[in-house]
Design a protein around this ligand. Structure first.
Ligand SMILES: Nc1ncnc2c1ncn2[C@@H]1O[C@H](COP(=O)(O)OP(=O)(O)O)[C@@H](O)[C@H]1O
Ligand SMILES: [Mg+2]
Length: 502
């Protein structure tokens, strides 16, 4: 354990005037059970608890003890509850990355920009509309402009392939194959302070499927790439997150948590495999009219409960942290009277901090309750695959009551919160891909959003827009960080030549 002065933490959080500390245990669980701590820690907890102030009266607690947080980072982390004056209590997680910077004596939260992974160049071959193109990027804001249908979104989609091995628009790789071509290839060069040069390649053939390569070597388990190059994409498709049913929000949770935890991704894959097997058993039984073998079903059920519980626990923890980030980002987007929120209540009687055994029992009970229905339908009716994460504005479901403008602001806040969540978890500012999100925004909003993108702790972003004039006076492309990339027919010449030949 390492002690660091509380006032240095507080001083960096200007709006934090009072703080109360809550401890994490070594697995990253918030601990509400002092008995679980050693005597020494209980003493520290008692001293730190209650309201402390860094203003004139000085600091009541002189140090925060940092405990290991989770297996992923093996870095110090701590959960602090902060109480801005006049506001209700807001949990606040100080990310491991920031704490490390404090400890390293930089005195400022947020990683310096040089530590982020930067996509230097991307090359597309027979990918969507691109016959053969290459684009290079600056470390700051990159604005891709060009007429509609020229191939701007295609470039973001290609970048997404490199980071997450797939598109954000389709789950079918074949759709990305240029009409008439037999393979596509996307290759990107990344660089960063920690890893000097990383070359990632996605290669797809109609007959052989997709393969990913890292620095020239094929990657056996493509899942191992997830989280290495954290990415956040914000596109018009995201409207569905706040407007449509729960599927998109489950996918969203999975994408965010998987990028920050390989353990979660592995659990998710195991859960899906088990679910598939269990469903097959139920469906076969239903079709044959014979009940499924009790032993077999029980064994799949226990496995489902085990993997499902891991997902539930991770999602509960995620939703708590995320709710606070969402609130902060929503406020950052402008003074709004509405309070955003989210609820995740997957199982009756299971709330935050619930023990694993308790979650398991609740899941088991829910499965038992639905057993007649699942026999009738031949499918597993309850579980994390049926979850919903509900987005709220002033306590009301935004999906049902939100105005267009409220959806838009909420969507932006969701993505900025995702950015911060991933940054905190992976210790690296993610690559931000913004597809066509500015065309419908007023100037004021554009400039607030771009100011955020230019903030000290932001990494690289790639933005597409049909019109560049909306950025006039807001982005100045004469510096070396930001770049304007115009896609014209000349840039796409090979595409047009290929089209003419067909
Ligand atoms: N598999 C494909 N093969 C060839 N062209 C494609 C394919 N998929 C999409 N396109 C073309 O790509 C273009 C769309 O590119 P897009 O990046 O969405 O444009 P925008 O610049 O408007 O973002 C369209 O002209 C579309 O016909
Ligand atoms: Mg587009």
């Amino acid at each position: 354990m390492i002690g660091i002065p509380l006032h240095s933490l507080i001083a960096d959080q200007q709006i934090m005037t009072h703080a109360r500390l809550i401890w994490c245990d070594t697995a990253g669980n918030r601990s509400d059970h002092p008995a679980a701590h050693t005597r020494n820690r209980i003493t520290t907890k008692k001293r730190a608890e209650g309201t402390v102030s860094h203003s004139a009266g000085g600091v009541a607690a002189s140090s925060i003890w940092l405990l290991d947080r989770g297996e992923r980072n093996r870095e110090p982390g701590v959960i602090v509850t902060r109480l801005p004056i006049g506001a209700s209590e807001i949990d606040f997680v100080i990310p491991a990355a920031r704490v490390r910077h404090w400890l390293a004596g930089t005195g400022r939260p947020g990683a310096p920009k040089t530590s982020s992974m930067i996509l230097l160049e991307i090359r597309l071959k027979d990918f969507r509309a691109h016959r053969s193109t290459r684009f290079s990027f600056g470390p700051g804001i990159n604005l891709i402009c060009g007429q509609n249908g020229i191939g701007k979104t295609n470039i973001l989609e290609a970048a997404h392939y490199l980071c997450l091995t797939k598109s954000f628009l389709t789950s079918t790789d074949a759709y990305a194959l240029r009409d008439g071509a037999s393979f596509f290839e996307v290759e990107g060069d990344f660089t960063g302070a920690r890893r000097e040069r990383v070359r990632v390649r996605a290669a797809y053939t109609a007959s052989g499927g997709k393969r990913m390569f890292l620095n020239g070597s094929p990657i056996d388990r493509t899942a191992s790439l997830i989280g290495q190059l954290p990415v956040v994409v914000f596109s018009p498709e995201d409207h569905k997150l706040t407007a449509d049913g729960p599927d998109g929000r489950r996918r969203f949770m999975n994408i965010v948590i998987s990028q920050s935890s390989s353990v979660y991704l592995a659990d998710l894959m195991r859960y899906r495999r088990t679910l598939k097997q269990r469903n097959e058993l139920l469906l076969t039984a239903k079709k044959s009219g014979q009940p499924a073998s009790t032993d077999q079903l029980a064994s799949w059920t226990e496995e489902l409960i085990s993997h499902g519980t891991s997902l539930y626990k991770a999602r509960i923890e995620f939703s708590e942290v995320y709710a606070n980030l969402l609130r902060e980002e929503h406020h950052r987007l402008g003074p709004s009277v509405e309070e955003p929120g989210l609820t995740y209540t997957p199982l009756p009687g299971v709330s935050s901090g619930a023990e694993r055994g308790r979650v398991e029992n609740a899941f088991r009970e829910a499965l038992q309750k639905s057993s007649r229905r699942e026999r009738e339908r031949g499918i597993t009716m309850v579980g994390p695959h049926r979850d919903d994460l509900v987005f709220l504005l002033d306590g009301k479901e935004i999906r049902r009551y939100g105005s267009q403008g409220q959806h838009r602001t909420f969507g932006m806040a969701l993505k900025l919160a995702q950015y911060r969540y991933l940054f905190d978890a992976t210790d690296e500012p993610p690559l931000m891909l913004l597809d066509d999100v500015f065309d419908n925004l007023d100037r004021n909003r554009i400039s607030i959003f771009l100011d955020i993108l230019r903030g000290d702790d932001m990494g690289q972003s790639i933005i597409t827009a049909a019109r560049k004039d909306i950025f006039h006076g807001i982005i100045d492309f004469s510096n070396t960080r930001d770049r304007l990339i115009e896609i014209t027919e000349a840039v796409m010449a090979e595409t047009f030549a290929a089209k003419a030949k067909d």
